[in-house]
Design a protein around this ligand. Structure first.
Ligand SMILES: Cc1cc2nc3c(=O)[nH]c(=O)nc-3n(C[C@H](O)[C@H](O)[C@H](O)COP(=O)(O)O)c2cc1C
Length: 329
């Protein structure tokens, strides 16, 4: 018989629940929440949930790893804010393909106020699909965002006017390819036309306000009506890139993505994802070429200031825990 767990390292069972609660607030493609957690006396394990993969939009589960990387960053940051060092090993066991990371909160660490600020931002971060104000983001904030990516071993390359214009065209190209693919549309519909009681998928209310005309940055919309939406302001559009494209690089890029998003939230900015140009392989190749060929584009983000948006749902702790009975009440 396996004994119940009352603590993992420095964290008691309530703290373990609270850090997993922070982890699951991470963004995920179509809000699939493709993660599970196992609590063992040796550490907290993060597992991929392959049943929640998106075989059409995310053929090689690259975005699944980005989403799990984002959950891992939340987990590490929440543990850090509780005064423990989240010693993390990526992909620790070759023979266990769903095991993505183990985090061991065993050493005391004086919390870094900047990371505590990011931990506070976890519940305030939401994907914001409303049009953004045409306000300039101060260069110091852009530098902070760039630094956030680099600390997590990913990069936010500077885009000149020509690259930005070409990127906008690639967004349209990826979007059109997806809209012409019945398999993509069917998968998208499955995850976005959910009713209000669903604890996953993107609810229609998350779509936000609707701009009336065409042009600008085309954003993938959600909800049963699958409307086209565009943003006419000049938001800050950034690409997160990695030097290689292995599973570990994708997990790191997901952590970098979440650190960038939380840094943006802490600075009072809103953000949304523009993933069409990285989801269509031929367009991703073109984007890689546009960035100079040295970086693998992992995700494109739009940053600025939009109207307030509501929460999206999450599954319960019991749903995401492997062995939920092991964690004592
Ligand atoms: C890798 C990745 C790709 C995403 N792509 C898009 C996208 O193309 N368009 C979009 O509107 N939202 C996109 N999202 C946002 C998710 O739909 C969102 O995270 C999810 O619905 C949960 O909502 P929240 O971010 O407000 O917590 C993406 C999220 C991730 C992690």
């Amino acid at each position: 018989m396996t004994l119940p767990i009352t603590s993992i390292g420095l964290l008691d069972s309530d703290q373990v629940k609270s850090v997993i609660g922070a982890a699951v607030l991470a963004p995920s493609t179509h809000n699939t929440q493709p993660w599970r957690f196992r609590c063992t006396p040796a550490g907290l394990e993060l597992h991929a949930d392959p049943d929640r993969a998106l075989p059409v939009a995310d053929t090689d589960q690259r975005e699944l790893l980005l989403s799990c990387g984002a959950a891992l960053f939340n987990l590490r940051t929440a543990i850090h804010a509780l005064g423990a060092h989240p010693a993390t090993t990526l992909l620790p066991r070759r023979g266990d393909p769903t095991l993505l990371a183990v985090v061991r909160p065993f050493a005391v660490r004086k919390p870094d106020p900047r990371l505590v600020g990011l931990a506070d931002a976890i519940p305030r971060r939401h994907t914001n699909r409303t049009p953004f104000e045409a306000a300039v983001i101060p260069p110091a904030v852009v530098a902070e965002l760039r630094h956030a990516a680099e600390v997590e071993q990913a990069w936010l390359p500077r885009l000149d006017a020509r690259q930005r214009e070409n990127l906008r065209e690639l967004v349209h190209k990826g979007h059109q390819a997806q809209m012409a693919d019945p398999a993509f549309l069917a998968e998208w519909q499955r995850w976005t036309a959910r009713d209000r009681s669903s604890r996953d998928g993107v609810p229609e209310y998350a779509a936000g306000a609707m701009p009336s005309d065409n042009g600008g940055w085309v954003l993938r919309d959600f909800g049963s009506r699958r409307r086209e939406r565009t943003d006419h302001s000049e938001p800050l559009v950034v690409v997160i890139g990695s030097f290689d494209d292995t599973r570990a690089d994708r997990l790191r890029a997901g952590q970098a993505m979440q650190r960038v998003l939380l840094t943006a939230t802490a600075a009072g900015l809103d953000a949304s994802f523009i993933s069409q140009p990285v989801e269509v392989p031929a367009v991703r190749d073109e984007l890689r070429h546009l960035l100079g060929g040295g970086l693998w584009p992992q995700i494109v983000l739009r940053l600025g200031r939009g109207a307030p948006v509501p929460w999206t749902p999450r599954r319960s702790l019991d749903d995401v825990l492997l062995d939920p009975d092991r964690l004592s009440a």
